[in-house]
Ligand binder design. Structure first.
Ligand SMILES: [Zn+2]
Length: 231
C-alpha cells in the first residue's frame, strides 16, 4: 500500500514539503498582506457565459497544491498556465469561502443557488459517489458552466494525525481512484480553474489533544489557497 502510494507523487515533492521550500509561515494575517490577493468571486469566471469548470478542493492549502500539481497536470492533460496564492477569508471556514466565492449566505443551498443561475454543481469524493453527475459535470453535457466540489481532503484533515506529507500522499491516492482518471473528459474548449476554500494548520494543542489539524482562524497556513487556471 505504501509502496503503491509512494509512486503517485513525484519524489521531489517530498523534499518540497519537508524543506518547506515554499514557506507558509505560521503567522497571523488578519490584515491583508498586499502581496496576496483575496479569493475572487466565481462570478468573474462565469460572467461571460463561456464554458467553464471550477474545481473547489476543500482544505487544499497552497503548498499541498504544489505537491499535487504534476498529478493534476497529467490528468487534465493541461498545464497550470496561471497559478496564484490567494487568501481565503480570515474566518477560514467552508461557509466563509462559499460566501466569498458565490456571495451566498450560510443557510443557503449552494446547488440550488447555482442552478438558478444555470450553473451545475456536483460534490464528489469517495469512489463512485455521485459518479454519473460527476461525469456529466466534467463533460459539460447538461450545463456549460459548472462547479465541482471535492471534500475528500477536508474529511481526512479532521480525522487524521498523519504528517503533511502523508496527507498529500493519501489525498493523491484518493484522487487517483476517484477523480483523476476522469479529468480528461473535460472538453478541450472549456476553461478549467481550480481553487480551495481554506487551508489548515497544526493545532497548538497537538499531540496533547486531538485533532492534529484545524482551520477557522486567520493564519496564513489556514488562508493560503491556490487559484489556478489550467489550459
Ligand atoms: Zn474543515
Amino acid at each position: 500500500m505504501l509502496a503503491a502510494r509512494a509512486n503517485v507523487l513525484e519524489p521531489t515533492t517530498e523534499r518540497l514539503l519537508a524543506a518547506r521550500t515554499w514557506q507558509v509561515e505560521e503567522r497571523a494575517c488578519a490584515s491583508e498582506p498586499p502581496e496576496y490577493p483575496r479569493l475572487p468571486p466565481a462570478s468573474e469566471l462565469f460572467a461571460h457565459g463561456e464554458r467553464a469548470v471550477l474545481f473547489v478542493i476543500d482544505g487544499l492549502r497552497f503548498d499541498l497544491w504544489l505537491a499535487l500539481r504534476p498529478l493534476f497536470e497529467r490528468a487534465f492533460e493541461r498545464k497550470a498556465v496561471k497559478e496564484e496564492l490567494r487568501l481565503a477569508p480570515a474566518v477560514s471556514t467552508t461557509a466563509a469561502a462559499r460566501t466569498a466565492l458565490f456571495g451566498i449566505g450560510v443557510a443557503e443551498d449552494l446547488e440550488r443557488f447555482l442552478a438558478e443561475r444555470d450553473i451545475g454543481f456536483v460534490s464528489a469524493g469517495e469512489r463512485d459517489h455521485n459518479r454519473r453527475p460527476l461525469a456529466a459535470a466534467l463533460e459539460g453535457t447538461e450545463r456549460a458552466r459548472r462547479v465541482v466540489w471535492l471534500n475528500m481532503l477536508d474529511d481526512r484533515l479532521h480525522a487524521s494525525a498523519l504528517s503533511p506529507w502523508s496527507l498529500a500522499e493519501a489525498l493523491a491516492s484518493d484522487l487517483s481512484v476517484a477523480l483523476l482518471p476522469q479529468l480528461a473528459r473535460i472538453p478541450r474548449r472549456d476553461r478549467v480553474v481550480l481553487t480551495a476554500d481554506h487551508g489548515f494548520r497544526q493545532s497548538p494543542h497537538w499531540p496533547r489533544s486531538k485533532p492534529r489539524y484545524v482551520h477557522g482562524g486567520p493564519t496564513l497556513l489556514e488562508r493560503a489557497v491556490p487559484y489556478v487556471e489550467l489550459a
